[in-house]
Write a protein that binds this ligand. Sequence first.
Ligand SMILES: Cc1ncc(COP(=O)(O)O)c(C=O)c1O
Length: 420
Amino acid sequence: MLSTRAQWAAGQPIGELMAQALQYPELVSLAAGFVDNATLPCAEVVACFEQLSADASRLRASLQYDTTAGSRSFREVLAQWAYHPWPQARPAVEQLIATAGSNQLLHLITEALIDPGDIVVAAAPTYFVFMGTLKGAGARVFGVSSDEDGMQIEALKETLEQLDGQGLAKRVKAIYLVPDYDNPAGSTLSMQRRQELLELVERWNREKGALVVLWDNAYQLLRYDGEELPPLSAIEPSCRRFVVELGTFSKSFAPGIRVGWGVVPSWLLAPVLEIKANIDFGSAHFNQVLMEIALRDGLVDAHLPAIVATYRSKRDTMLTALEESMGDLPGVQWRHPRGGLYVWLTLPNAVDAAESGLLWRIATKLGVLYVPGVYCFPTEGYPPQRNSIRLSFGVQSHEGIRRGVQMLSQAIRQTLTATV
Ligand SMILES: Cc1ncc(COP(=O)(O)O)c(C=O)c1O
């Protein structure tokens, strides 16, 4: 009865994780990637409403449908705002699409590019929700090893060469990256790797055929230290032929408004819009008008420092708690993210952190939830690491972070004792 696509889409970890958080509300969740309720821009949104309610015709217009690509005046403001530090890379408004969060654009691009059996290459580990989208379209996802500086471009090159050697060059459709403070590993693609990536994909496009880079910059604005690194289009504007740059207000303003966007190569734009027309012929206009006012009036920029300060101090609380409670544990390591919402933890090889493993059972019994890192590994290429964990410092209070990390440390110690 059910379609093949429904079967491919079954068993998504995101559904499981959400259900667990609801099932065990008494547990300290270091799993949820939600933003902190206290950072949500209530006063700013009220100010936008007030402005809108003072202009009856604008309010009326905002309650009507707009175009499939989204409100033009919103996209004009967005093009300026999003590329403000890099005016040379400011996109034409026609290339910019507004979507219901950046997840929707990832989905639309998947629909436009992927036939069953097509290949996407991603960092290992990577954003597991998008892997679910790809799985649902029948794609094969190959993982490439990554470190603090993001995807290793040398390893990417080897993976592409291997696939080419197997006669699969034409099946490789996209490379997916979360370049800044990524989900789940908190890594940032270094400047040198940005340049190497551009060269590699430019050459592949010249010699082998179309290969798209999906540059998912969901966390770009959540920067706590280190310098701001440019997107690919700011390094080489001509790369817009094969790069899709995606952004979202979900992390930097409010996920409940759910406005995302993307700059899409001209040849890919029409198919993406046709597919979007079949789905919703335009995302919520009202939300775009709200974001247009928030951008024009500088409310997003004014609110951002408070968000950044909150998460910076929570990140520091988590790193300190890890040092204090696990610093003495051999084989336990974690990354120091320069932004974003996540800390990536690697445990001794013997520890299985997956849901079927001992650590999970002990941790949930003690009262703490985490995301098993194994969810974040593509099924092919670089092997999944069952001894890894994603921790989020977004939702919990400082006290919750400390308690959660302490319980996790206890759970790891008990697991190690039981497995030795
Ligand atoms: C890497 C990454 N991309 C995209 C998204 C989706 O965000 P949106 O709410 O804009 O769909 C998320 C959300 O957690 C994310 O972590």
